[in-house]
Every structure is written in structure tokens, then in C-alpha cells.
Write a protein that binds this ligand. Sequence first.
Ligand code: HDE
Length: 682
Amino acid sequence: MKEEHKVNENSKMAQLEQFRADDKRKKLTTNQGVKIAEDEFSLKAGERGPTLMEDFHFREKMTHFDHERIPERIVHARGFAAHGEFKLYESMKKYTKAKFLQDPSVKTPVFVRFSTVAGSKGSAETVRDARGFATKFYTEEGNYDLVGNNMPVFFIQDAMKFPDFVHAVKPEPHNEMPQAASAHDTFWDFVANNQESAHMVMWAMSDRAIPRSFRMMEGFGVHTFRFVNEEGKAYFVKFHWKPVLGVHSLVWDEAQKISGKNPDFHRQDLWESIESGDYPEYELGVQIIDEEDEFKFDFDILDPTKLWPEEDVPVKIIGKMTLNRNVDNVFAETEQVAFHPGHVVPGIDFTNDPLLQGRLFSYTDTQLIRLGGPNFHELPINRPVCPFHNNQRDGYGRQTINIGQTSYQNNSLAQNSPSPASVEEGGYEHYQEKVEGRKVRRRSKSFKDHFSQATMFWNSMSKPEKQHIIDAFSFELGKVNNQSVRQQVVDMFANVSLELATAFAEAIGANPPKEGGSKIMKSSPALSQDHTVKRPETLKVGVIIGNGFNTADVTDILKSLQAKGVYTEIISEQLGKIKGSDDGEFDVNHTFLTGESVLFDALYVVGGSGVSKKFRQYASCFIHEAYHHFKPIGATHEGEKWLKAEGIKNSPGVVIEKDIKGFKESFLDAISAHRHWDRQEI
Ligand code: HDE
């Protein structure tokens, strides 16, 4: 008989509640519970005398402090997380017996951590990098971790090369520079000498590497996994997360400036959207290939540098995840959470992707050093919401008090418990794939084509997206000192596209490629962000406004934007209130010093009859920057004259309309479009 452990969306919160501690209005104590009478001065022999060894409170306070840090993650150190729930749209019974994918009425609690890859724990968030997108589903059959990225492929094909790849992309060892950046010699030297990286490098140089928000990026399981159903039939499966708000990016100049102005840009965005009830949502999609069709593709479906074009293998949307609660404590939850692609439940299984196989080793290994021993599964954030029983014992920090005499199998003293479960009882059985072969250190010939899908990615890009890729290569290789490395990269990417390689060769003073070019004509429209969902909700409009504004008009415009879910924030010369006609007033959210054009998705320029010359100059900087970042700019009243003076009034995405109703509609359309790429240089 299968034991049932009912789980609902509140199960994890109920469990965590037992561990939460609220110190408010409590008396200060030591860790032993002894009340403390004095917490500012150490115990001394005389006011100016030596500190005494017997000061147990000082010793405890200082020792704990001395040990507060744990090693940061070797990769994905910089991350931010939130709680939420997952709800299925339709039963996946046909493909998998995974319990949390059977019943659309069940909500499964989840914990999701987003991250950059290369930077250290304190690095900026809007750097050019892949983003981690790791989800822990707390299911009634145990934890299932979908440990993915926001790009569907990876730099290498075999886990053996992961330490090499990471050494190459991390800051260079002799001077520890640059931080959180791939724009340096060793990364590009690795790329040119490990050409399996070509496809992923195209993604890394694209707009996907500079997401606007964690809420506006896709997630991919990357590897091919297996679904196994109740009858034991298996299917190949790839996992996708699709953000309801669409996939949107920053522009590179903007991303770099944000790194300075607000290094916490992405976590703040996630935190604030959850606090204000605009919960991030992602639909879960699966691509499924029948086992019989394993060899029907012009690439190897086990190769993690290949994606399955959505036009060839459609993504079936099967459910939705909503992130609806911020963490209470970043260390306890976000830092201590331990993901592992090997955390699977019955009905989900692995394939022989050599990258995946290596990951199955690495993740436990890394937690042992990072979390200090084998009991990290007992940390509140990592505990499954179903019971767990086995004969593992002891180790640093063990919390469970296992009662009884036996901790071995087989035993008679405890009737052989805890006893293995049969498959019918929910016991995990590995898919019985038939394998045979010689022990060899080799790579399959079917993994040899490194360029076709890189070209397909290039072919799928819109004109502005292609230009961004050329600019990214030009920037990154422009930072590479070694001329030979620069040339090697040009020659390598000539295999992807001559147009691309020639364009960035020029920018970096390398020789244009003499040979190369690709015969691949295929494109996959789903890869272009040009075709993504475009919606105005949660986009942030900076309102540049000062004393003497028209209260009725501006209130009307702001209200209509807010009604569509747009955030409006007032930027002015100083904090406090600004005054408009008819005793109207607004609270100022940012000054020109604390707010920056790069921190907003759009600008609404109002001005005011009573503003200073300096105000006007600040406004001009904001307008110019927003214009060059292709952002929507709306203007009314004094603002209208200012835009005219800047010479941009007839540009795409610049909205100036006398009629307020017309303005509201056109400005909302311009905001919904996100960026207006077809602007002239001014
Ligand atoms: Fe990871 N990866 N990885 N990775 N990875 C880690 O585990 C590793 C790979 C990913 O928010 C580490 O707990 C190897 C692909 C995410 O906590 C480590 C290989 C994908 C996170 C590790 C890969 C990922 C990690 C570091 C090649 C996308 C952050 C700390 C074989 C599918 C999870 C840790 C979080 C973290 C190893 C490649 C995603 C060292 C050996 C491909 C999202 O175990």
C-alpha cells in the first residue's frame, strides 16, 4: 500500500513556521538562554583594566560572529530567492507518474533561487552572464529540483570540462580581475580552444544575458530528462519556464550603468514586486520526444549544446508557478538552500547526457563543503515536507534524534524497518535503459557539430538583436589584450556567420575572416525576443515633475497608467512635496541624485512652471539617456517644449500629444512596446 502524505501550497510554510524566531519585545539572552544584563561593555578588571576571560557573554558573542561566514557557491554565488506555488493545468499521467504532475487541483509549494553565474556573492546583478533559475518543488513524494538556467544550452558537453570552463570565466588568478565579467583573455581563450562553446556564446552575447528582471526571463532545464509513466513507458523531456510578462532585456550601456547605480537591481525588483502583490508568474512547458524518435533529429538529443527548436517539437504548457512570498531571512533560506539535479521523484529520470551525469556528482559534493557536513538536508529550507526515514546517522550538526536500537539493514530487531518500498508502494526505480559499450574516454561523433545551431540562433535574430550581438562581441573582445586570442575568436565565429565575424573583427582591429560562412538557413522564430509577449504591467515610469504642474491633467494621466498596472514614481529636485495648480501636491519618490534614467522603463516629462534652470539640465540628461536606451518618453505641458528643444519630438516611442485622452492611449502603447529600436541617432 502506498502511504499518502497530502501536501498543499501551505505545507512548506507550516513547516518553516516551527523554525522561525521573532526577537521583538524579548529579553536578550545567551545561546544558553541566560538573560544578559549588559551588552555593550566587556567584563574588565577595573574601568580601564584588562578584559577578563570569564566573560562568557563576550566570548560567545565574538566566537559566533567569527564563524558567521560560509564559503560562497563556487558558481552562482550571487542569488536571490522567493517562495511560491506550482499548479498544474492538466494531468501529465500519460507521460509521467510524478505525483505532483497528476492532479490539477493540487498546489505544490516551491522555492526558487535566481542567480548570476560568474560573479562573487557581492557582485553587481546586471552583468552580462547566464542566470540560474533553480526551483525546488516540495512534493508529497519528496523534493524535486529543477536546476536550470535562463539559456537552453551550455558551454561544454562533458562535465569533465566544467572546472576548466569555470576557471577560465572567473576573475584571472594572478590579479583577480575582472569581477563578474567574461570580457577578458582567459574566457575568450577558452572559447576559441573549446569550440563546443559556440552556441552558448551566441546566447551569452545576446540580449538574453542582460535580463530586465528575473520576472522577465525564461528558464530551461537544459538537459534532456526522462518522464516515466505508471506502465514504465519512458519519454524524453525538456523543461521550460515561460514568464507571463514575456522575455525582456536591458541594453548593454544601461546594464553597465545600473551595475553602479543599483547593484541590487534584480533582487530589489523581485522583492518589491512580491511585496506589492504583483506576483511573478511563469508557465511550465515541456517538450516531449518519444523514445522511438531518439535518432530522428539532425543533432543528438543528449547533447547539452543543442536545443530542440520549438517549431519542430512544440512546447506544451502544463502549469503555472507563482512566486508570492519573500524570504524572512536571506542566509537561512536563500544561502542555505541546496539544489541538486539529482533530487528527482518517481516518474522523472535521467539520460546519458554527460554534462548531466557529472552534475549528479557535483552538487552533493559542493554542499558538503559549503554547508559543513552531510546533514544539510535537515536545514529547514531543505527539508522535504513528507517524512523521511533511513539508516543514515550522526555527522556535524545532526538534529534528528533517531530513536531505537537499529541503524542497519537487514535487521530483525526492528522488523527490518525502515524497509525499502516496492515500486507499487512508491519506491523509486531507475529506468531500465539498456546500455552496452566499451569503457572509453571519448565523445560521441554525434556531438561534433558545434556551429549549425549557433548559426540557427543568429539567423533567428531580428536586426536590432543582431546588432546587439555584434556590439557585445566587439565590447568583450575589445577588452581582450592578446591579439592572437582575438583573431582566433574571429576565425571561430566565421563558422557561425561571416557577417557577424567580419563586423566585430573590424571593431577589434583583427583581420576579417578569410574563410568560413555557414550553409545553415534554418531559423527558429521562438528564439527572438521580438516575438515575445509585450505588456505594460509593472513597468516603471519615472515622472519628471516640479512645482507649478497642472494637477488635473497629470493626476488623470498617472491614474490611467496605474490602472493598467504601470508603476509611476515621481522624480524632482528634492524630496518632500511638490505643489501643482488648485492646491494639488505629490510626494516626491526620488531626487535627480537618487533616481536615474537607467532605473526606469520609461519617462514621463511634465516639468512645471516653477522649476529652476538646474532642474531643466537634470531633466535633459534623463531624457537623453532614456532616448539612447530606446525607452518610451512621453511629455506634456512644459515637458513638451523640452522634448522639442532636444530635437527628438518626432522619434518612435516619443509621445507628445496635446489631447490628454490621445496622449494616455499613445503613451500606454509606447510603454507596452518596451523599447523602440528604430530611433535615429541625435
Ligand atoms: Fe551548476 N553548479 N554545474 N549548472 N548550477 C552549481 O552547486 C555544475 C550547470 C546551476 O541557486 C553548484 O550548490 C557542474 C548547468 C544553477 O543554489 C555546483 C556543471 C546548469 C546553480 C555546480 C554545471 C546549471 C548551479 C555550485 C557541469 C543549467 C545554482 C553551488 C557539469 C541547467 C543553484 C551549488 C542555486 C550551481 C556544478 C552546469 C545550473 C558546483 C559540475 C548546465 C542554477 O555544484
